[in-house]
Structure formats: C-alpha cells, structure tokens
Design a protein around this ligand. Structure first.
Ligand SMILES: [Zn+2]
Length: 98
C-alpha cells in the first residue's frame, strides 16, 4: 500500500503542475471568438482542489493507527478508487485495482 501512496503523490504532483495547461476543449470561454487565455472558468482551480482533496485522503490514511483496521481498510478502498482514473499511467500496478 505504501508504494501506491508514494506513486499517487507523484501523480498528484504531476496533475498539479499540469492543471493550468490542461483544459476542456469545449469550454464556453475558450470557444469564444477572440479568446486569448488564460481561461477564468475555474477548470484549473477545480483540478487543483481535487488534488488537495486527494492528498488529504492520503494524509488521513498515513495518520491512521495501524490498529484501526476498519478505518485503514476503508481508506485503502478510497485510495484504490482515486488511483483508478490514472491506471493508464506508467508505474500503476494491476494489484492496486479495487
Ligand atoms: Zn475554461
């Protein structure tokens, strides 16, 4: 599990760096004639907020006592699910699937 947490933190760092450059192609603002960017629709801010929330999940997991098995198991399930959208990236392991 610690390898998955470490890999996910790397993915979140990459997502954070890419957020300002990654954008929905069909955004109402960018489709407007004369648009010159950066877009102010909130897409990048939303991506960054998701990264923050995902990091908080990892923090909760790492702060949970080893003896608190039900909480650890529940957080592990959440972490595996949050990793799934990134399963096509290098380093993802099949055994991490939920
Ligand atoms: Zn936009």
């Amino acid at each position: 599990m610690s390898d998955l947490v470490k890999w996910l933190r790397q993915q979140f760092n990459a997502d954070e760096q890419a957020a300002p450059n990654v954008h929905a192609l069909d955004c109402e603002l960018t489709m407007t004639a004369g648009f010159s960017g950066p877009c102010t629709c909130g897409w990048a801010d939303r991506l960054l907020a998701e990264v923050d929330a995902d990091r908080a999940i990892l923090d909760l997991y790492e702060q949970t006592e080893f003896g608190d098995l039900s909480r650890r198991t529940a957080l592990e399930d959440v972490i595996r699910l949050r990793a799934l959208p990134r399963a096509d990236r290098p380093g993802y392991r099949p055994e991490w699937r939920p």
